[in-house]
Design a binder for this molecule. Structure first.
Ligand SMILES: *[C@@H]1O[C@H](CO)[C@@H](O)[C@H](O)[C@H]1NC(C)=O
Ligand SMILES: *[C@@H]1O[C@H](CO)[C@@H](O)[C@H](O)[C@H]1NC(C)=O
Ligand SMILES: *[C@@H]1O[C@H](CO)[C@@H](O)[C@H](O)[C@H]1NC(C)=O
Ligand SMILES: *[C@@H]1O[C@H](CO)[C@@H](O)[C@H](O)[C@H]1NC(C)=O
Length: 430
């Protein structure tokens, strides 16, 4: 009897020379905080003043971001999601903040956030209404772009509810142009492909020219099953979506929910490792005023953030499924490789994985230097192609490592890895 292992065969592709939105932003995956998953549409400031969507929440979060090392770790944008506006536009047709919950207005909030050295994000919708039913921007793209610029906003998350799907592209492109026309650099976060996928395969060349990042799939929930569905969707569409990621534009698998209620610590490590491999924006949605020290340490882990922000700017991909392990790999600058091995056998004890089984291990020739980052930082030292090195991974946990080739023929490895792209074909061997 032979055991069956699925190995996804990698084909070397040259990256398509797709242009990114030319606004000088998101050259590395965006890092920050976004209110939605944790605070949703809580507008009840009478009964829940600490958690309702109000200027107070964002000011407190900004304070904590500076005081508790978040800003220093790289988290920069503090982002408002849905449910901030008044239900009516003003007499000039402009969006306005809910006067009770944002008595100072958005401009004053932006000034406050800027005074802390951070940036402010806001939310609107390409269609007639936002997803929660507040006024949408359809028919008001130029007005709303100018309003956000006048308020000194730094990022716009533009949702796709209440929009005729055949007009999604036009709407997102028109808003992109309207933002450009204001002359203010505003990072543009889209949901165009998410709303187009149910009807047809979106045009990622056009999306990359229009947006700085784009949501493809369902909202993240505070659960392991939600994270798995996002990873599965990403893996099964990686041929289409991964090549469109690079400096200036990124696939967005939605927020980091680390530090909330639904994930074990191993699962939190899995989200941090795999979002990093996917070159995803790292937008946390949690309560930074009250977060457990281990989650904080994980989110601020500089070794992981260095991989996220790697200057090569390539998105990683699922490269193999072996004995209920998933191997994900991300090419890094200087011919290095990041490897995440996820243990998907959700029963039993920690299991060992032989690192030489990773498809990309071939860069370890004649030698390489391996550093394990998760679950613990460990310098594994110099290894060879025949390495016996094992990593031990808990059920639903992930080991994250970097591999640095040590080579006498630097040039040849460069040739091999530089244009390394994504798997093209699945095949079963063994
Ligand atoms: C607007 O677009 C032009 C051309 O693509 C670009 O050079 C310019 O920097 C953009 N301006 C802003 C504010 O994004
Ligand atoms: C986009 O702009 C074009 C040109 O102004 C206009 O004809 C079209 O109706 C706009 N589409 C949407 C959805 O706003
Ligand atoms: C996708 O968009 C690009 C850029 O806007 C365009 O040149 C190309 O023709 C589009 N492809 C398809 C299949 O529509
Ligand atoms: C291996 O990597 C570690 C961590 O970056 C470093 O401290 C060590 O000097 C490296 N060893 C070699 C032989 O390059």
């Amino acid at each position: 009897m032979c055991k069956v292992a699925h190995i996804l065969v990698l084909f070397v592709l040259t990256s398509p020379a797709t242009r990114a939105l030319d606004n000088g932003l998101a050259l590395k995956p965006t890092m920050g905080w976004l209110h939605w998953e944790r605070f949703m549409c809580n507008t009840d400031c009478d009964n829940d003043p600490d958690n309702c969507i109000s200027e107070r929440l964002f000011m407190q979060m900004a304070d904590v971001m500076v005081k508790e090392g978040w800003k220093e770790a790289g988290y920069e944008y503090i982002c408002i999601d849905d449910c901030w506006p008044s239900t009516h536009r003003d007499a000039q047709g402009r969006l306005q903040a809910d006067p009770k919950r944002f008595p100072g207005g958005i401009k004053k909030l932006a000034d406050y956030v800027h005074s802390k050295g951070l940036k402010l994000g806001i939310y609107a919708d390409v269609g007639k209404y936002t997803c929660a039913g507040y006024p949408g921007s359809l028919g008001y793209y130029e007005t709303d772009a100018q309003t956000f610029a006048d308020w000194d906003v730094d990022l716009l998350k533009f949702d796709g509810c209440y929009m005729d799907w055949t007009l999604l592209g036009e709407g997102y492109i028109n808003m992109s142009k309207a933002l450009n026309k204001t002359g203010r650099s505003i990072l543009y976060s889209c949901e165009w492909p998410l709303y187009e996928w149910p009807h047809r395969q979106p045009n990622y060349t056009a999306i990359r020219e229009t947006c700085n990042h784009w949501r493809n799939f369902n909202d993240v929930y505070d659960s392991w099953s939600s994270l798995k569905s996002i990873l599965d969707w990403t893996a099964s569409h990686q041929d289409v979506i991964a090549p469109s990621a690079g400096p200036g534009g990124w696939n967005d698998p939605d927020m980091l929910v680390i530090g909330n209620f639904g994930l074990s610590h191993d699962q939190q490590e899995s989200q941090m490792a795999l979002w990093t491999i996917m070159a995803a924006p790292l937008l946390m949605s949690n309560d930074l005023r009250n977060i457990c020290p281990r989650s904080k340490e994980l989110l601020q882990n500089q070794h992981i953030i260095d991989i996220s922000q790697d200057p090569l700017g390539k998105q990683g991909y699922l490269s193999a499924k072996v004995f209920s392990f998933e191997v994900w790999e991300r090419p890094l600058s200087k011919n290095r490789l990041a490897i995440a091995v996820l243990n998907k056998q959700e029963i039993g004890s920690p299991r060992g994985f032989a690192i030489r089984a990773v498809p990309g291990w071939k860069i370890c020739n004649p030698q390489c230097n391996v550093t394990q980052i998760l679950p613990q930082y460990k310098e594994m030292g110099v290894q060879t192609p025949q390495s016996k090195m094992m990593v031990s991974i808990n059920p639903s946990g992930t080991a994250l490592l970097t591999v640095t080739p040590i080579s006498s023929d630097f040039k040849m490895q460069k040739l091999h890895w530089q244009d390394m792209s994504i798997s093209r074909k699945h095949s079963t061997i063994l």
